[in-house]
Design a protein. Structure first.
Length: 457
């Protein structure tokens, strides 16, 4: 099939490369010439483990990129994979989706039935909105000459290739039978696992090569598919907020939240995933999606009190971490704090909406001096948050130099292997707050660190 992906960010690049890998002629369209040139040169425009190798493998054959929408004319399927950032009221900003829809509509082929896919996370009802824009721009009739469907992405940054080649489920939102037939054929190599395993395993990082369950292909209507995405992410946010609240209670009681989470996760009805303690959930999805879901519920007069409570609890978790540092250092004014990790999770360079931002803001308000490090996210963080007066360290160990405290926010595996003895010797006050309960606590305490986790005695 001929496939077009509009947008070369996390969703667009991964989707395009994967579909090219399974045999579809795929074109990425983006207004950013630098990203287009990257893909055509066989390089990934984003950091995602394995993606560079995949694009290099397919660039120039079944994968190409362009700034022109002309390839829409010959496409069987067009994916809209553009950003949907939050507005100040929490609702999704659809200007990029609307602009993409207009450009797609201007290039639709009246002689060819085309499926336009909302892959971006968009509010309920967006499929209908996009169809209206396409009809106006193209002069064609929706459902007869083209169809707009919902096919939400469920990619985890850092594990995106695993998730797209071996997904738990593929959700298709449309009642149009012709569109359903086309999408079944598009995804058949993935659903039936017709992918060349050897090539995929060569590309995926070793620690990711474990997922091989059968993919569920699920068809529903567009509105239900759109809500499935929001409801899924909000549920995961609730689960994280819940274990973080249990962590705070556990700390007060003198119990161990890591053991509590493990004991809970052994129950198959609960499961172990998303029961890891943290300084709070963040990233490009959970804050945005819970905000949009709450705005939608308010619009329709159906309060989602559990989701609202999860958001409020998450804000308290940031304050909880700051309070722990204040208890240890008393005054933060003039104190130097080293921060390990700026991305919202490891194995990504995504530092857009990260837990580091509210924590750094609060520390600066109290007069602290901040030094930061991240293996992959410093460039994006500096680009997006360059107004923050923080010192960027080239090496993780530098964050400890003359520091009064260290805070681990992102559990990059490299941080386990740091020269902790050297860091201990260079600190004014060897205090570590490990918000992920990730670092080797016994080893650090043996060195002499005042090590503190979350939810442990």
């Amino acid at each position: 099939m001929n496939v077009v992906c509009v947008g070369s960010g996390y969703v667009g690049s991964v989707t395009a490369a994967a579909l090219a890998m399974v045999g579809h002629a795929t074109t990425v369209i983006d207004v950013d010439l630098h990203k287009v040139n990257c893909i055509n040169a066989g390089k990934s425009p984003i950091f995602e483990p394995g993606l560079d190798s995949l694009i290099q493998h397919k660039a120039g054959t079944s994968l190409k990129a362009s700034v022109s929408f002309h390839d829409v004319h010959d496409a069987d399927v067009v994916f809209i994979c553009v950003g949907t950032p939050s507005l100040t009221d929490g609702t999704a900003d659809l200007r990029f989706v609307k602009a993409a829809a207009r450009s797609i509509g201007e290039n639709l082929n009246a002689e060819r039935f085309t499926v336009i896919v909302n892959k971006s996370t968009v509010p309920v009802g967006t499929a209908e909105l996009v169809a209206m824009i396409l009809e106006e721009a193209s002069g064609l009739k929706s459902e007869e000459q083209f169809a707009v469907i919902s096919n939400p992405e469920f990619l985890r940054e850092g594990f995106a290739l695993e998730d797209i080649f071996f997904p738990d489920r593929i959700v298709i939102g449309t009642l149009n039978l012709k569109a359903r037939t086309i999408m079944r054929e598009l995804y058949r190599p993935i659903v039936e696992q017709l992918v060349d395993d050897g090539k995929i395993w060569d590309i995926l990082p070793n620690e990711h090569n474990t997922k091989r369950q059968k993919t569920v292909y699920f068809e529903t209507d567009a509105k239900s598919a759109e809500l499935i995405k929001y409801a899924s992410n909000a549920f995961l946010a609730v689960k994280i907020s819940y274990i973080n609240e249990i962590a705070r209670l556990s700390e007060a009681l003198g119990s161990n939240v890591s053991d509590i989470a493990k004991g809970m996760g052994l129950d198959s009805r609960i499961g172990e995933k998303f029961l890891q303690v943290s300084s709070g959930w963040s990233g490009s999805c959970f804050p945005k999606d819970t905000g949009e879901l709450l705005a939608t519920s308010q619009k329709y007069g159906e309060e989602l009190s559990i989701v609202k409570a999860a958001v409020e609890s998450n804000q308290r978790m940031y304050q909880f971490c700051i309070h722990k540092i204040q208890q240890k250092l008393k005054s933060l004014n003039g104190k130097t704090i080293g921060i390990l990790g700026l991305t919202f999770k490891p194995d990504t360079d995504d530092a857009r909406q990260t837990q580091a931002i509210p924590i750094i803001h609060k520390l600066l308000q109290f007069g602290a001096r901040i030094k930061v490090h991240d293996p992959k996210g410093m460039n994006m963080f500096q680009t997006l948050h360059g107004e923050l007066p923080v010192y960027f360290c080239n090496h993780a160990e530098e964050t400890a130099d003359r520091a009064n405290a260290l805070i681990l926010l992102t559990h990059w595996k490299d941080y386990r292997q740091l020269d902790w003895k050297r860091m201990y010797d260079s600190m004014k006050n060897p205090y570590i707050l490990d918000t992920r309960n990730f670092l080797p606590a016994t080893e650090l305490r043996d060195i002499g660190f005042d090590y503190e986790g979350i939810g442990t005695s």
